[in-house]
Design a protein around this ligand. Structure first.
Ligand SMILES: [Zn+2]
Length: 315
């Protein structure tokens, strides 16, 4: 079941109101338009974020380059303020014309282990995005804690708690959000669910999102990734309409292609693991036959700022 943070109306802004949807959330153009108040929302535009790692302390800075085996010497680590990175991203997403109808945060909302205080701060930082009419969707990363996230969702019923997977149906593509949990495992039940959801919607291209990398990454900080990544890739490889898998976790912007399947590694919104590596978010625009994605770095002077990848959606 998904964690979806619906847009806030002006009256709700300042409170934090959350609702959680049903098993497979179907977002029609009509309902999205209704939520938009007076703002024009682009029904075919989605902001893609990952690894915000929000601390309970908004002043918290962290050297992402500091990890066991890091090649960066002790006095040369680079630090990033996580809350500032997310609020800067929020401002830029809200400023897009037209504004995206959805925002997907692909795991690791929280800084440490998904404490309630971290989620409260996270919710405070995404409030302006929701007040701007954008629907926020969250996948679970290894630094998240479902139980604690649920505690910050006042209207959640016990029967709505579980695996956080959902399908968002858009005009040109279906977006499938997966829950790879704290340990990077989808599990047989969720893989079966995914196969079913894809098979029921084989008439339209699908873009799949999960926090973990499905195979060991080649970046500055090698990370083994998802335990059942091979099973996921096999499942997606067997379905031509599965056009891309988007993941975070490695904190690096990379692109691979395996047959019809694009593998898009989203950068971290906040810190990065190697010196000079891009941090920021991705703007995705969908048309009939194409998904065009563009990297927005927090540092607009970064050499990869404005990088584009085009995904062919035609099977
Ligand atoms: Zn992670």
């Amino acid at each position: 079941m998904p964690i979806t943070l619906p847009p806030l109306t002006r009256r709700q802004f300042g409170k934090v109101a959350i609702a959680v949807g049903g098993e497979a959330l179907i977002t029609s153009n009509a309902s999205a338009a209704r939520n938009s108040e007076n703002t024009e929302l682009d029904q075919n535009r989605v902001a893609l974020l990952a690894d915000t790692h929000i601390s309970a302390d908004p002043g918290r800075r962290y050297p992402g380059t500091k990890w066991p085996g890091s090649p960066v010497s002790e006095d040369e680590h680079e630090s990033v303020n996580m809350a500032e990175s997310l609020s800067e991203t929020a401002k830029r997403v809200i400023a897009l014309e037209p504004r995206p109808v959805h925002l997907i945060l692909n795991g690791d909302c929280a800084f440490s282990s998904g404490k309630v205080a971290e989620y409260k701060e996270f919710l405070r930082l995404v409030e302006p995005i929701r007040a701007a009419g954008v629907t926020v969707h969250v996948t679970i990363g290894n630094h998240d804690n479902r139980e604690n996230l649920w505690k910050t969702l006042p209207f959640l019923r016990k029967d709505q708690m579980g695996i956080q997977a959902e399908v968002i149906e858009l005009e040109h593509a279906n977006l499938v959000l997966l829950d790879s949990g704290r340990k990077g495992v989808l599990g047989d039940k969720q893989l079966k669910w995914l196969a079913n959801q894809l098979d029921q919607r084989s008439d339209k291209p699908a873009l799949i999102f999960g926090h973990f990398n499905p195979y060991p990454n080649r970046g500055v900080r090698p990370i083994r990734g998802m335990q059942d990544g091979a099973a996921l890739l096999k499942l997606l490889g067997e379905r031509k309409h599965a056009r891309a898998y988007f993941y975070g976790h490695t904190h690096e912007w990379q692109h691979d292609q395996k047959g019809h399947l694009n593998l898009i590694n989203q950068p971290a919104v906040s810190y990065y693991f190697g010196k000079g590596i891009a941090n920021g978010w991705v703007d995705m625009r969908l048309t009939d036959g194409l998904a065009q994605i563009k990297l927005h770095c927090i540092n607009r002077k970064h050499k990869q700022h404005g990088d584009r990848i085009t995904i062919n959606l035609t099977t």
